[in-house]
Design a binder for this molecule. Structure first.
Ligand SMILES: [Zn+2]
Length: 324
């Protein structure tokens, strides 16, 4: 059995350890660390990382990992589960996606030991965690007031990614090219497959997205032969090959006719933009047939703002995917 060592802590078969990786200090000299919970079965098997809160305001992922820890699902029959409920402790404390200097950790990989805060967090993940894992799920949500329907994102030309995403079996699996300097890209260079799960919006619990995230994780663990039982998917997993935004042509107040996850036909009336005075309105139509995989919940919009994210099962020309 291979030795598992994370930041000078050795985890032996059958052991559970809760450790902290010290990242840096705040200006107050308060130490900020990233907690890691490692559960290793007596029987050998893969090492799976469950990582949340890379963006500090994306609470649903934290809640998924928290419930997994609370209910004991992090204790596999075979292999090891490495849980990181809050990677970006700075952002969590500040209700923000980024670290205090405004940098995004998921654009800062592989990072450096003496770099800026985001770069240091990335470095510790790459240096201490990624080398010991085989697979990972990186849990995210949509941005402020932008809800993502539960979905897995991965570069699907990689056969292992496709296999992991289909095992997870979220309502949607989305082909998403690697983002430069992201965790999943840098980890893939080291032969580690990390898929991204997106569900709900930042700073708001979405019970459906939390439930899908936990069920998908269990299906993935079963697929990896780490556990024996997992819930069946509620809906058939659909693979989305192209995605794009429907944007506002005029500024004003937006009201949607659709809900997240719904299927629409090309040219369906999907929403309306009005002025605030009852003098003007413009109907918004679907640019393609497909599924609403993300929806803007902010009524006040400027021209060009993203209103809804459309995903199709066909390869077609649509505007590129939003951030993970
Ligand atoms: Zn995110």
């Amino acid at each position: 059995m291979k030795e598992i060592k994370i930041a000078d802590h050795t985890i032996r078969p059958g052991e559970f350890k809760a450790i902290n990786i010290d990242i840096a200090r705040l200006p107050s000299h308060t130490v900020i660390n990233t907690p890691i919970y490692i559960s290793r079965a007596k029987e050998d098997g893969p090492v799976l990382a469950l990582m949340a809160g890379m963006h500090g305001d994306e609470i649903n992922g934290m809640e998924i990992v928290r419930r997994i820890l609370e209910s004991g699902l992090h204790q596999p029959k075979r292999g090891t589960v490495v849980c990181m409920p809050i990677i970006n402790m700075y952002g969590f404390l500040n209700y923000s996606r980024e670290v205090p200097d405004g940098k995004d950790i998921n654009r800062s990989f592989p990072g450096t030991r003496g770099g800026s805060l985001a770069s240091r967090v990335a470095y510790h993940l790459m240096h201490d965690v990624v080398p010991v894992i085989d697979y990972g799920v990186d849990f995210h949500t949509g941005g402020a007031m932008r809800a993502n329907y539960p979905q897995v994102r991965a570069e699907l030309k990689d056969q292992t990614n496709l296999e992991l995403a289909q095992a997870f079996s979220a309502p949607f699996t989305i082909d998403a090219p690697f983002r430069p300097n992201s965790l999943r890209k840098e980890a893939s260079k080291r032969g580690k497959n990390i898929i991204v799960y997106e569900g709900g919006e930042s700073l708001r619990f979405d019970q459906h997205a939390i439930k899908e995230g936990i069920a998908g994780t269990m299906r993935l663990m079963k697929h990896l032969n780490m556990i024996d039982e997992a819930p069946q998917p509620d809906v058939e997993n659909k693979i989305i090959w192209s995605t794009g935004w429907i944007r506002a042509k005029t500024p004003g107040l937006f009201q949607s006719n659709v809900v997240c996850g719904q299927h629409v036909e090309k040219n369906d009336w999907v929403g309306t933009v009005t002025d605030p005075f009852g003098e003007f309105q413009e109907k918004v139509y679907a640019t393609e047939s497909g599924y609403i995989i993300g929806l803007n919940n902010i009524p006040v919009i400027n021209a060009g703002d993203a209103l809804m994210h459309l995903g199709t099962e066909n390869l077609c020309k649509l505007e590129s995917l939003g951030d993970d």
